[in-house]
Design a protein around this ligand. Structure first.
Ligand code: ADP
Ligand code: MG
Length: 345
């Protein structure tokens, strides 16, 4: 099967004020047709640059980019079968919503009846059938976001690029838009390449995720694989909460130089007396945070080493963890996941 988008050894070097920035370094990537693919990484890790190179707004310093098998490396944005939704939506404030959505059809000389009909259809697709005659300042942030989406979809792109499109929305609306966007993508069957720095957003929406760190792709995997089998320390710590044990700290529990244990995989018993069998370690509770359904407990092991995070479910717990309490920690062998140490967080 031909990839929807394919990057081969793509790099982008910026030179400004005598400084060189390797914004994207040697990225290989295959995005499948119809996939919801997310580029995830911290600020400055190269996500936007990567997306801009796929869209044609930035040219790679080296490497090639193909869309549905066609080498587009040297094509301008308008000649590529992709469209982009930018974070600030970039709507024209003086035009009506209908005109905004129909804009790219107007530029291409499509007659006004046809383009207004199509624009109206797309406003219905994004669940805004009644705002066509208004102007952007008269809409809420969430509504403007949907208009930007309708406008990008009207040219029927094979691939839609979205750069942190939900970043300006408040949490409640963002969560609602996450599920709407996902179901729209499924319904339309278009390939989405979605950029976010928010791991929750990435895990909840994506078919697969590529994790960026300092311009490099550290791992490409499904949300569950990323969470359960992170390839590097960086991925382990960026995606979800993680206990990463290194060196002697790791060797105490397994023959490995570095291993990861998720906080919810550790069982905690309070009190000095032995519970069920021998604990992996005993320690003292340092901090307790309440998260509604669980407490996140920081435990300092008696034998030294790094503090361990433990998620203790509230339901079924008879005592509340308090700082200073003694604790015993248990976990199974399968809770320990060996990772590479090559890349540092
Ligand atoms: P992200 O979207 O992950 O936050 P970017 O792709 O925007 O990251 O940026 C990656 C790196 O490239 C950063 O160090 C950024 O400062 C740098 N950069 C991005 N665009 C330019 C540019 N036009 N000129 C110089 N440096 C840039
Ligand atoms: Mg960015």
């Amino acid at each position: 099967m031909t990839s929807a988008v394919s990057l081969r050894d793509v790099s982008c070097v910026f030179r400004s004020a005598g400084k060189t920035v390797n914004a994207v370094a040697g990225v290989d990537l295959e995005v499948r047709p119809g996939e919801f693919f997310t580029l995830l990484g911290p600020s400055g890790s190269g996500k936007t640059t990567c997306l801009r190179m796929i869209g044609g707004f930035t040219l790679p310093t080296s490497g090639t980019i193909a869309i549905h098998g066609q080498d587009v490396s040297l094509l301008p944005p308008y000649a590529r079968p992709v469209n982009t939704v930018f974070q600030d939506y970039a709507l024209f404030p003086h035009m009506t919503i209908l005109e905004n959505v129909a804009y790219s059809l107007m530029v291409r000389g499509v007659d006004s009846t046809t383009r207004e009909k199509k624009a109206q259809q797309l406003l219905e697709t994004v669940q805004l059938p009644e705002v066509g005659q208004r102007k952007p300042p008269q809409l809420s942030g969430g509504q403007r976001q949907r208009v930007a989406l309708a406008r990008a979809l009207i040219s029927e792109p094979q691939v839609l690029l979205l750069d942190e499109p939900l970043g300006a929305l408040d949490l409640k609306l963002r969560e609602q838009m996450q599920s709407e966007l996902k179901s729209l993508q499924r319904k339309l069957g278009i390939t989405f390449i979605f950029v976010t720095h928010d791991q929750h957003e990435a895990l909840s929406m994506s078919d697969r995720i590529g994790v960026f760190n300092k311009g490099r792709l550290e791992q490409v995997a499904t949300p569950a694989e990323l969470y359960n089998r992170p390839a590097t320390r960086f991925v382990a710590e960026f995606v979800g909460a993680a206990n990463v044990l290194q060196g002697g700290d790791a060797r105490r529990y397994a023959p490995a130089e570095a291993l990861m244990i998720r906080p919810e995989q550790i069982d905690l018993e309070l009190g000095p007396q032995a519970g069920n069998g021998a604990p992996r370690t005993r320690g003292t509770v340092r901090e307790v945070q309440f998260f509604g359904s669980f407490w996140r407990v920081q435990v300092q092991p008696d034998q030294g080493g790094a503090t361990l995070l433990v998620d203790l479910p509230v339901q079924g717990s008879t005592v509340t963890p308090e700082p200073g309490a003694s604790a015993q920690l248990y976990w199974s062998d399968t809770a320990m996941h060996v990772i590479e140490t090559a890349t540092q967080a």
